[in-house]
Write a protein that binds this ligand. Structure first.
Ligand code: ATP
Ligand code: MG
Length: 308
């Protein structure tokens, strides 16, 4: 089982308008709603890859009910902890010529009691497999929470995966997750400088290898560099016509875990991660990869050893 944790999920609303100008009114021609959030996206991608998953996290309010209903409708099993605050709504305004403007909400203030309800719930999880912690923290919670969640997962014998940025990533690493997946800029922030190319990234990753055994550095169109036991392996996707990169990182995480869940070799897990991430770029909008694209891309992912 793959448990995903999304502490700051969102009900995403995309509004389609002809024109948008500040200070002027526009008619909404169509509206689409989605359940959003990074952990939730990992679960949606895992469902597409036939890997059993349960989405955990914090959710509240009437929109929170809609959020869970939408996930269930997509075949994602939910086990969220209810909070009193309303789930946030992110608004994407899709204008003419495909231009998109996003208004991102911070999320509801989470009360300490609600956090403890979630922790108690997590302590009660009874299964083997993986625990994936992804995305931003809502107001009221600090990065220390990620450290605690990862420790609970590790104590349960789950393989722990952290996909976060900034202080949440830095603090989370101290809890020794099994896997992290920073992208280029998240890694640069962690390193305090922009590492020079894959060799530079490998050199930096070696300095945190004692805390994290498996490091996946995603490099957008350049693929993913896997660092394990101080060795670097770079997987590159073929060139594709990108429709939207939203959710690419989440699908890459899901692809890697899907490989691990099938006992594939590290190189094959890496190839699956890149195939799933790149597949996500072929899907416009919500950004979840589809299985046909993953299968088609897999044979075209190239692997090369990286030396520092
Ligand atoms: N332009 C692209 N062309 C081909 N593949 C891409 C492109 N952008 C992303 N990908 C695929 O998606 C994977 C993850 O992308 P990226 O490094 O952008 O993650 P991220 O920044 O964490 O994304 P997210 O915004 O979802 O958090 C890449 O390793 C690659 O396989
Ligand atoms: Mg990311």
């Amino acid at each position: 089982m793959v448990y995903t944790v999304t502490l700051n999920p969102a009900l995403d609303r995309t509004l389609f308008v002809d024109t948008l100008a500040l200070g002027e009114s526009s008619r909404i021609r169509r509206e689409a709603r989605y359940a959003g959030g990074k952990g939730v996206d990992v679960s949606r991608a895992l469902v597409e890859m036939d890997v059993p998953t349960v989405a955990l996290g914090l959710v509240g309010g009437f929109d929170g009910k809609e959020f869970e209903g939408r996930l269930l409708n997509e075949g994602v099993a939910c086990d969220f902890t209810r909070i009193s605050g309303e789930i946030r709504t992110n608004i994407v305004i899709h204008g003419d010529e495909g231009l998109e403007t996003a208004l991102l909400a911070r999320g509801p203030e989470v009360q300490p009691v609600e956090l403890m309800n979630f922790m108690d719930h997590l302590e009660g999880v009874n299964g083997s497999g993986f625990l994936v912690v992804s995305g931003s923290l809502p107001p009221g919670l600090t990065p220390a929470v990620y450290g605690r969640i990862l420790s609970i997962g590790r104590d349960k014998g789950l393989t722990t995966v952290l996909d976060a940025s900034g202080e949440a990533l830095r603090t989370g690493i101290r809890a020794r997750p099994d896997v992290i997946k920073p992208n280029r800029s998240e890694l640069a922030e962690l390193a305090g400088t922009e590492p020079a190319g894959p060799p530079g990234i490998l050199r930096f990753c070696r300095t945190i290898q004692e805390e994290v055994a498996t490091i996946l550095v995603s490099l957008g169109a350049d693929g993913i560099l896997l660092v394990q036991s101080g060795r670097g392996l770079l997987a590159r996707p073929p060139q594709v016509e990108v429709k939207s990169t939203v959710g690419a990182g989440d699908c890459a995480v899901a692809g890697f875990i899907a490989g691990l869940a099938r006992d594939e070799s590290p190189a094959d897990c890496l190839r699956r991660a890149v195939a799933a991430g790149t597949a996500a770029t072929l899907t416009p909008g919500t950004g979840i990869c589809c299985r046909e694209d993953i299968a088609r891309l897999l044979p075209d992912i190239t692997l090369e050893e990286v030396t520092a």
